[in-house]
Design a protein around this ligand. Sequence first.
Ligand SMILES: Cc1cc2nc3c(=O)[nH]c(=O)nc-3n(C[C@H](O)[C@H](O)[C@H](O)COP(=O)(O)OP(=O)(O)OC[C@H]3O[C@@H](n4cnc5c(N)ncnc54)[C@H](O)[C@@H]3O)c2cc1C
Ligand code: SF4
Length: 557
Amino acid sequence: MPHTPQYDFDFIVIGSGFGGSVSALRLTEKGYRVAVMEMGRRWTPENLPPTSWYLHRWFWEPAMALRGFFRMRYFRHVTILHGCAVGGGSITYACTMLRPPAKVWDNGSWVGLANWKSEMPQHYDTASRMLGVIENRILGPSDKLLKRVAETVGVGQTFYPTHVAIFEAPEGQPAGVTVPDPFFGGEGPDRTTCKGCGGCMMGCRHGAKNTLDVNYLYLAEKRGAQVFAETKVVDVRALDDIADGGNGYEVRTVNSIASFNRTPRRFTCRAVVFSASSLGTMELLFHLKDKGSLPHISDQLGRYVRTNSESLIGVRVPRSTDDLSKGVAIGSGVYIDEHTHIEAVRYPEGSNTMSMLSTILTGGHPGAGRVGLWLKNLCSSLLHHPWKTLRVWIPYRWASECVILLCMQALEGHIDMKWQRHIYWPFRKFLVSRGQRVPTFIPAANDFAQKFAQVAGGTAMSMLPEILFDVPGTAHCLGGAVIAGSPDRGVVDARHRVFGYKNMYVCDGSVVAANLGVNPSLTITALAERAMSFIPPAKETAWDDGAVAEQSAHRSK
Ligand SMILES: Cc1cc2nc3c(=O)[nH]c(=O)nc-3n(C[C@H](O)[C@H](O)[C@H](O)COP(=O)(O)OP(=O)(O)OC[C@H]3O[C@@H](n4cnc5c(N)ncnc54)[C@H](O)[C@@H]3O)c2cc1C
Ligand code: SF4
């Protein structure tokens, strides 16, 4: 064991999502004393909400008494959806686990810093094994419809069942059967086979979803990691005024739920891993740089934030005889062209709140013109098909009659985040987005939705906020503290060591330096596995990861 009894922990990991849970497990396995600070709550099948109408157990906005696990953050360029829980985004995510195309390693600031194409496959393999990734066997009516439409438009050969982190019964075996841990030789918890209820994004109440609290984090806690739930990190600074953190760090926290008496606490440690997600890590590091706690963080913080170029559209099939909510949350996908990927998404029966955000499909050009076009289309549609048009936003049976189409593009494009005061609230600084507008819809995907509606006998839909405010939504915010060769280009090096500090790392979506074009959690997990593989076992550590020395050598070249 490292001789650090004067410190509360060897490592403090901030955030318990994909990057944080991998870090916690691998560090405890290496013999370190690890604490995980997590702002969100702990969830079990008993306290998860049955449908999306239980807003207070779904949304996270503690100031408004909403104490769920899902959060929406609004910026000028994008609305970012993310998770907030013990287990991070894994509690609310849709379990799709895809490897990106190899070309992503040829773009962005990480190019040439490692032999990514030969190194990463082994880490993807480990991540897939730990998360129990399989090819989805539960194809619901929405998936079958997606296949039919893909065949109609000539891309049927690209249809694939998604790879998912779900415990599904073998072919021909019954669903809903509980068995002793099938993944970790009996070390993990009992698990129940998937019922195909489509509820993954509301949190799985059946014990079938391979969330982080039943694999990485579960094993980390079993090996001694301490998870502090409802604990928000508000400060990290170097101990003893040693500028590069060579003597360790102090980490200050508050209770994330209490409005008053927030029970501030102080912990000390030798090393810190920031794993608060792209948005969370950016926000925390900006705050700490600005207030002088971590002044040497690279000025590149907040640059190259990527949204995976996403667009959410859908189709409502009134009086559908098939229940389109059945299956797993994202059961299948197709590629409609080289760059554009569409997945069939669903919410569980009864989770109909999304109906209030849907309207008829609208293309055109972003801005006021699109709002005008939407109003024109809406009037015309109301005249010609009044019932079908109204039906788009009527909550009753919305989840059972809708297929949501999640479209993603692996095209280059990014925005930046800055730490600034708002004109309308100048008393403190906030994260604000800057840069070129992100497109709010993908024309080829809209055409596909039209075709889908024709084949299924339904009505194609757009998301109303995307039209009215010209702001796209994304559940896949990446970047902001990207991997790069020097602090002039990014925030961490290829081993995720923070430029300017010793024994400080970032392991989460913020390090990703290219648009992946697929759902990112498997890549975040694999990158974290790789980053942790460079940390020596506790009994061999000299508590100098070489980051500062390597950087000085780089500067003097
Ligand atoms: C509805 C939805 C569906 C999704 N579906 C998929 C999918 O199917 N496949 C896929 O690959 N991805 C999916 N995603 C995206 C996926 O959830 C994220 O990409 C992933 O969780 C990011 O991992 P991370 O390690 O960067 O951070 P996260 O998993 O987001 O974890 C970060 C954690 O840090 C905590 N935190 C933040 N700040 C602090 C602080 N100051 N102190 C303490 N704790 C803090 C947060 O509460 C959070 O729990 C989905 C996301 C959403 C919202
Ligand atoms: S489909 Fe239902 S049972 Fe299966 S993992 Fe998702 S929520 Fe759990």
